[in-house]
Design a protein around this ligand. Structure first.
Ligand SMILES: Cc1ncc(COP(=O)(O)O)c(C=O)c1O
Length: 386
């Protein structure tokens, strides 16, 4: 028997992170003390109150039934309150849908709105799910928007051919470049989407991982955004809950309804107990300031960031300290896979930029989701070869 993959599956490039995991496993199996600075999965734990709430909610037998496709009332209420407290925006329950991680929502939004052959604007370099899990698996056509250093890693909207474009993805604070944008750029993007009848999918997964008093905006703060935009956010990075798979999409009612319709045919919402815990977690925001847990969390990350940036700059790879995310995007001045291989030889795993798209070539992404001591050790190993 030979079961061939569907054509759309054959068009998928290899998933970079899975490849990286495989190489790392092999190295470890050969006894290498590998320091992984390649995966965007926080090493820090969720806050104690989240873990306690989880224990309580999971013990409550009422919390083991199906949820609703759009999510529990209590969770959507918490998301509405969070938008009010954090961004000063009023959103209603029918503008919110619970997700099994924002990755799931990003993948499913195209199912609701992208027809065979429709063009989808995708940043390049980018989180691979926009092109692969979303566009290609819905038989859409990926149109890369180069994110170039000369343009502060923002797409040049003025040169885009908008013919037959149905949807666009945008992500700031950005993975992998760690770039941030101001509201002026966001306003331009919303106007661009409105003028061209394009669905704007804004991935704000790193809105809370910020430093030096920077606070990331929501696209929904921009006037007119509720006509064209849906924003994805997640508890994964904010509360170190990547494995708990809980996130949300908020925005234009029709877009939220379309995503909910798809989900109602596929899943039955995140577990009720996770949604209740997530509601409690979001509830720690009383205003736009970072709550205590997050302030401390980001302080730890910021020290690591500074260590990494200082070391790289000292050895001739100057890079800016990012204002957000836990990534440093380094111009490695050579083929990104070759550079990555050199680092692997001394037991440090980073991600070659080419894995995030053609315009990522010449860069590597270094993650600071390891304890400071390990990052120090990684820096020493890197210094030893340059
Ligand atoms: C830019 C970006 N968006 C979305 C996600 C997915 O997050 P989750 O599915 O855990 O909410 C990630 C994960 O690394 C990411 O980097």
């Amino acid at each position: 028997m030979n079961f061939e993959y569907a054509q759309r599956v054959k068009r998928l490039p290899p998933y970079l992170f899975a490849e990286m995991e495989k190489i790392q496993k092999e190295k470890k199996a050969h006894g290498v003390d590998l320091i992984s600075l390649s995966i965007g999965d926080p090493d820090l734990p969720p806050p104690d109150f989240v873990v306690d709430a989880l224990a309580n909610e999971v013990s409550d037998l009422k919390n083991h039934n199906y949820s609703f496709s759009q999510g529990e009332h209590v969770f959507r209420e918490a998301v509405c309150n969070w938008y009010k407290n954090r961004f000063g925006i009023d959103v209603t329950h029918d503008q919110v849908v619970a997700l099994l991680g924002s990755k799931e929502g990003i993948a499913n939004i195209a199912r609701a709105f992208v027809n065979n052959g429709d063009k989808v604007l995708v940043p390049d370099p980018a989180y691979p799910v926009y092109a692969n899990g979303s566009t290609i698996l819905c038989d859409g056509l990926v149109v890369p928007m180069p994110l170039l250093e000369d343009n502060n890693f923002q797409p040049d909207l003025d040169i885009i051919d908008t013919d037959n474009v149905r949807m666009m993805f945008l992500n700031y604070p950005n993975n992998p470049t760690a770039a941030t944008v101001d509201k002026h750029f966001l306003k331009k993007t919303v106007d661009f989407a409105k003028d061209n009848n394009i669905i704007l999918c804004y991935d704000n997964a790193y809105s809370e991982i910020t430093y030096d008093n920077y606070r990331a905006p929501s696209i929904l703060e921009i006037s007119g955004a509720d006509e064209v935009a849906i924003e994805f956010n997640s508890l994964s990075k904010t509360f170190n809950m990547t494995g708990d798979r809980i996130a949300f999409a908020v925005g234009n009612k029709q877009l939220v309804a379309g995503l909910t319709k798809i989900k109602s045919q596929i899943d039955s919402g995140p577990p009720v107990y996770i949604q209740k815990v997530a509601a409690a977690a979001l509830g720690v925001y009383k205003n736009s300031n970072q709550p205590e847990f997050l302030r401390k969390n980001n302080q730890v990350l910021q020290e690591r960031r500074d260590l990494l940036v200082n070391t790289l700059t000292k050895i001739g790879y100057p890079c800016e300290a990012p204002m957000a995310t836990f990534y440093v995007w380094v111009n490695c001045k050579e083929d990104s896979v070759k550079f990555t291989t050199k680092l692997l030889d001394v037991g440090v795993a980073v991600t070659p930029g080419i894995g995030f798209g053609k315009y990522g070539e010449g860069y590597v992404r270094i993650t600071f989701t390891q304890p400071k001591e390990r990052i120090k050790e990684a820096c020493e190993r890197i210094v030893s070869i340059f």
